[in-house]
Design a protein around this ligand. Structure first.
Ligand SMILES: Cc1cc2nc3c(=O)[nH]c(=O)nc-3n(C[C@H](O)[C@H](O)[C@H](O)COP(=O)(O)O)c2cc1C
Length: 188
């Protein structure tokens, strides 16, 4: 299961809520819990919800604290890029680390890290507009775009801006612009 530490939204999932959910999942016997955070309106994947310069695993402290409360093996995803940061997370008791966005342009990123190579250079992030939902959408759109390029045998693009959103919206259709939130009732 993948679990948000928090969705950073008023009335949304708080850190205490997610500790409760994690305990319940652990009690239900899941094999692995992946910790990340945010959602499409407040994407932690962009690092927007974190102090500038926090790169060594956005949710590391949370995951370490969670590890004290549950016995389920934990995986940490979000912002991990360097071998040192990944090893740092493992040294603090995290069982597994996850890498998402680098895979959209360097699919053998983990193999290179494991081989002891220097961290591969990644394309620049889309320029920020300062409006979080748009910046989050641009992050998604830019990485989606790289995946589509890879599928067509094209090299990754090294820059992404507002124009990145256009093909993404075209591909997704009107649903791309609709704000939606799945409720617990819908999931059940
Ligand atoms: C194009 C794209 C699609 C994603 N889709 C999902 C998703 O469907 N569900 C999910 O939990 N996380 C999704 N994520 C978030 C990633 O799984 C990951 O938690 C996040 O990018 C932080 O990890 P990173 O810093 O290594 O990228 C997506 C990320 C990207 C870039």
């Amino acid at each position: 299961m993948k679990l948000n530490s928090t969705d950073f939204q008023r009335g949304g999932l708080s850190i205490e809520d997610s500790f409760d959910v994690a305990s319940a999942l652990g009690g239900a016997g899941i094999d692995l819990l992946e910790i990340s955070g945010g959602n499409y309106a407040m994407p932690a994947m962009e690092g927007v919800a974190h102090p500038a310069g926090t790169t060594s695993g956005y949710f590391l402290d949370y995951a370490v604290e969670l590890g004290r409360r549950v016995e389920t093996p934990l995986m940490l995803t979000g912002g991990l890029r360097t071998r040192a940061d990944m090893e740092g997370a493992l040294a603090r008791g995290i069982d597994m680390v996850g890498i998402a966005r680098p895979m959209a342009s360097v699919p053998d990123y983990p193999a290179r890290i494991l081989a002891g190579e220097p961290e591969p250079t990644l394309p620049r992030d889309p320029r920020r507009t300062g409006y979080r939902p748009i910046d989050g959408y641009l992050q998604l759109a830019a990485h989606n775009d790289q995946l589509h390029r890879m599928a067509h045998g094209l090299a990754p693009k090294n820059s992404a801006g507002l124009s990145t959103a256009v093909p993404a919206i075209a591909r997704t259709g009107r649903a791309a612009l609709r704000q939606a939130r799945t409720t617990a009732a819908e999931v059940v």
